[in-house]
Design a binder for this molecule. Structure first.
Ligand code: FAD
Ligand code: NAP
Length: 480
């Protein structure tokens, strides 16, 4: 499939083609997929033009590199030559060029905080921003202080022997809006469990546990700062089981680390992180409950220790093909949850309509479980589930059993490529299908419509819902 020349990539309806919310993904040229980028970074080609040398970059120097074929961007004090990456950037060249020759940290955090750029762009690293002493007034106005730079050794309180492989050091970088403190150690796999950060008034303390020693930095700030410990926290979870649900979709059960308590709120997703040929790849997934039917739930598994995912494996998919290769006992990193779904939407809810296509069914799982058990005002729940064929329907028999058990629930399957034996609904999301399906049972009832699937499906659905006079508050669309 990767080499079919006549097919444009991403395919016209691929989820990679368009993203909502004004942030568009652009069609990438053939040979410019993420996997192609990883291959290029491993090819040994000099991607910075500096033959592996790392340099200190001044602001003046950074500003000069502002053209497509010579584009440097600073992220958290580190400067990358992103020209070789231009054609591989899913957001397109223009989006990257918005940060050309400047500090792109804020822009990056707004758009894709979860992308692991350090790993993706490691071969593009030009160096660090040069220390440019900014002389600012101390808050007591007693003396002038240098704000950017390496702290004199005498001001560092540390309990480690100065020799030895893991003796840490630190420095910091500052722009008008951001102070980044970097602690350098030789210790691998440091995670947030081993870091304590406290900030009160003008005192900033960071304690790092390295081996069995504690490294402390304690800084007096001369100006007020707001904390933003940006970056998602990942914990390593162990693959406990993997069960076929359809021919290409599996139920993955991951076990959280013993000291972690994490329950992903309804309607939210997490990011899973795996290393694919040495590069860390991150993709979003929506946790589900282990089952739709309570009697099928494993009785002994406490639900705050395990996290379930329904994941469709794409044979040429970069992440899912790697995920599918994991063995029971292997580890996957799981981020903290994100998403803007509010459970308050269910308050006093009387009718709930769910429109799902393919794995867009995943957010509907917890919604169904919650709505049917915890919303006493609810009179009707209707799910319209779009798939290609009968074989693609996730948890069909569970859905049918649930609808049989709870008379408030109706489920309709719509197939876009059914066999001749199928006598249910056929086709794609359309005004005709929706206007019939979304008929309110009660006049002026409190209604919510949730929709999730491939981006063009969701976008079309939302347009149709507006045409059918559903208000913004009555619609929740799941997107990235
Ligand atoms: P990709 O490499 O991105 O490929 C995607 C598609 O393009 C596949 O069909 C692949 O075969 C095809 N393709 C890849 N490379 C090429 C090429 N060069 N030429 C032609 N075709 C190509 N998915 C789930 O299964 N379960 C979930 O719970 C879930 N939750 C999500 C939550 C959110 C908020 C979002 C935004 C997405 C969610 N997804 C979910 C989708 C998921 O994040 C991934 O997009 C999906 O798993 C595909 O990832 P991949 O890296 O395997 O595929
Ligand atoms: P799929 O099997 O390819 O498609 C499911 C159904 O949707 C099929 O009937 C398909 O029809 C139809 N469809 C596809 N594109 C359409 C379009 N443009 N307009 C109308 N109908 C369309 O789906 P999948 O592979 O499981 O993909 C699921 C998608 O959901 C992924 O893009 C994933 O990223 C997204 N998702 C998002 C979230 C979230 O945002 N929270 C959560 C989970 C999944 P055809 O037969 O014609 O293709």
């Amino acid at each position: 499939m990767l080499n079919v020349p006549s097919q444009s990539f991403p395919a016209p309806r691929s989820q990679q083609r368009v993203a909502s919310g004004g942030r568009s993904k652009v069609p990438l040229k053939q040979g410019r997929s993420l996997m192609d980028w990883i291959r290029l970074t491993k090819s040994g080609k000099d991607l910075t033009g500096l033959k592996g040398r790392l340099i200190e970059v001044t602001e003046e120097e950074l500003k000069k590199h502002n053209k497509k074929d010579d584009c440097w961007i600073c992220i958290r004090g580190f400067v990358y030559n992103v020209s070789p990456y231009m054609e591989y950037h899913p957001g397109g060249e223009d989006e990257l060029m918005r940060a050309a020759g400047s500090d792109g940290t804020e822009l990056f955090d707004q758009v894709h905080r979860w992308v692991n750029y350090e790993s993706m762009l490691k071969e593009c690293l030009v160096g660090r921003m040069a220390i440019k002493p900014t002389v600012l007034k101390d808050y007591r106005e007693e003396e002038k202080k240098v704000l950017n730079g390496v702290l004199p050794k005498s001001q560092v309180t540390d309990t480690l022997a100065k020799e030895g492989p893991s003796y840490p050091s630190y420095d910091w970088f500052q722009t008008d809006s951001l102070v980044t403190i970097a602690i350098y150690t030789k210790q691998k796999d440091i995670n947030l469990d081993s870091i304590i950060v406290d900030h009160q008034n003008d005192s900033f303390r960071a304690e790092t546990i390295i081996k069995d020693c504690l490294y402390l930095i304690h800084i007096g700030l001369s100006h007020e700062v707001q904390e933003d410990f940006s970056g998602l926290y990942y914990r390593k979870c162990q693959l406990i089981s993997k069960e076929d649900v359809t021919h290409d979709t599996r139920l993955f059960c991951l076990m959280l680390p013993p000291s972690t308590h994490l329950q992903v709120p309804i309607g939210q997703h997490v990011y899973l992180k795996l290393s694919v040929t040495g590069t860390e790849i991150v993709k979003p997934y929506t946790p589900v409950s282990g089952s739709l039917l309570t009697e099928f739930k494993e009785p002994v598994l406490p639900n705050n220790k395990y996290i379930y995912f329904l994941i469709k494996i794409y044979p040429t998919g970069l992440f899912t093909s790697e995920l599918d290769r994991l063995q029971i006992g292997d580890f996957v990193s799981v981020s903290s949850p994100e998403g803007n779904f509010k459970i308050s939407k269910f308050q006093e809810l009387e009718e709930l309509f769910l429109l799902a296509a393919g794995t867009g069914f995943t957010p509907m799982v917890k919604i169904l479980n919650y709505a049917l058990t915890d919303i006493p005002s609810l009179r009707k729940v209707k799910l319209m589930f779009f798939n290609k064929t009968e074989d693609d329907i996730i948890w069909r028999s569970q859905l049918e059993k649930l609808a049989f058990k709870d008379k408030r629930l109706d489920v309709e399957f719509v197939l876009s490529a059914p066999t001749s034996e199928w006598n249910g609904k056929q086709g794609h999301i359309s005004p005709a299908l929706l206007s019939e399906f979304l008929k309110r049972n009660l006049d002026k009832s409190k209604v919510l419509v949730c929709i999730c699937g491939p981006v063009p499906f969701t976008e079309q659905g939302v347009r149709l819902l507006h045409d059918l006079n559903f208000s913004k508050n009555e619609i929740h669309s799941f997107t990235a």
